[in-house]
Design a protein around this ligand. Structure first.
Ligand code: UD1
Length: 371
């Protein structure tokens, strides 16, 4: 049995690391290959994650890089088809909601190769987000849909997906978080960034709707300058955001008590997240990681595809109005916090559940030898 798993962009690496570890138990039944599309390619957006998550070098690297949506998706499909025609895998696994996810699931299905989607069923109900289109399309053509939270079961049910294909397994991103938590204790990032005891607000921002239009980005810069009057702000800048800050001449306008850095590796980032007073973000995965860690998260978006982080966790969904976001941030640092709990099955074992289900589904019973 041959399984080919696809990674493309930064948030994919944590999810696949957990699966890769879980498949090792079945190395007699399953050959597990890894294909990296190269959607993210900078060392600090890709290589560092492979190293820290102990992922092997990919068996295939497509080197696609950046481009418009059609360009990126189309190039991935053309190159991925060649890999599939050479390897003839029994199953392709895709994770998350990035362009690599839809490109590779579509290519596989057109060659009648089964597809499993990890992190299925999430919906923001906002079709202006490229990720929402990727989620809907990938789910609609997948044979196995692995769901991280209860809302996913409801959404897929509402879309008429046969429930025999749907499995509630928990969260592979949390598996990786659990597995590296001990290493964060020895991170030297606090000394490297000269972070003292006074506390800080961590900020990440990269959604096109927040960082592509000049007026939105300018509003963001003003908001961060204003928040930094109350508490130190630490802002690791995503390449998309940096490019736009430079293009609009806004980088130099970030002033005050703001520490800017390049994107930060996984272990150091989780160490920083764990110790932060709060995180202000528009990321998807960080909403989940902060809920798991019990860190207050202020999400600068109008919707979330991860409602359990708001209903059960520590996530405050504040919309995209700068004044409202700023007032919620100040409220939280003044003590108005959410007491969250960890959603069901976010226990570090999602990868194990997925591998067990797939082995049972795909490998004839007499051949299963768990080592
Ligand atoms: C992509 C995903 C998004 C995910 C995010 C995590 C899609 C549609 N979007 O967005 O869901 O949350 O990754 O980071 O798949 N760039 C570099 N170096 C890199 C990668 C990108 O400099 O290694 C720059 C390029 O200028 C590129 C821009 O960042 O044009 C955006 O990259 P892209 O892959 O198009 O989308 P992201 O914004 O990273």
């Amino acid at each position: 049995m041959k399984i080919l798993t696809v990674v493309g962009a930064r948030p994919n690496f944590m999810k696949v690391a957990s699966l890769h570890k879980a498949f090792k138990k079945y190395d007699k039944e399953i050959t597990h290959l890894l294909c990296h599309t190269g959607q993210h390619y900078d060392a600090n957006m890709s290589d560092v994650f492979f190293r820290q998550l102990e992922l092997p070098s990919p068996d295939y690297f497509l080197g696609i890089g950046s481009g418009s949506h059609a360009e990126q998706t189309g190039k991935i499909m053309i190159e991925f088809e060649k890999v599939l025609l050479k390897e003839h895998p029994d199953l392709v696994i895709v994770v998350g909601d990035v362009n690599s996810t839809i490109a590779c699931s579509l290519t596989a299905q057109k060659l009648h190769i089964k597809v499993a989607h990890v992190e299925a069923g999430l919906r923001s109900f906002d079709r202006n987000m490229p990720e929402e289109i990727n989620r809907i399309l990938t789910d609609s053509i997948s044979d196995y849909l692995f769901v991280t939270e209860k809302s996913g079961l409801i959404n897929l049910g509402n879309e008429g997906v046969d429930d025999k294909k749907v499995f509630f397994v928990g969260n592979c991103m949390i598996d990786s978080l659990v597995s590296i938590l001990d290493f964060t204790e020895s991170s030297d990032i606090f000394e490297k960034l000269s972070l003292g005891e006074e506390g800080y607000i961590l900020v990440t921002m990269h959604r096109p709707s927040n960082v592509d239009p000049e007026d939105r980005l300018e509003g963001l810069v003003d908001m961060l300058n204003s928040i930094s009057l109350h508490k130190k702000v630490l802002f690791p800048i995503h390449p998309r955001t940096r490019k736009n800050l430079e293009r609009f001449g806004l980088l130099k306008k970030l002033s005050g008590n703001i520490l800017l850095t390049d994107p930060i590796g996984y272990i150091d980032f989780v160490a920083l997240l764990k110790k932060s007073d709060l995180i202000l973000t528009d990321s998807g995965g960080i909403q989940e990681e902060s809920t798991y860690l019990g860190v207050q998260c202020v999400t600068f978006r109008t919707s979330t595809e991860r409602p359990s982080t708001v209903e059960e966790g520590t996530n405050h969904l504040v919309g995209e109005d700068f004044k409202i976001a700023e007032s919620v941030v100040l409220d939280v640092i003044n003590g108005n916090m959410k007491k969250g709990k960890v959603p069901e099955l976010w226990d570090g074992k999602a990868g194990e559940r997925i591998s067990e289900i797939l082995v049972n589904e795909l490998v004839p019973e007499k051949e299963v030898v768990k080592s």
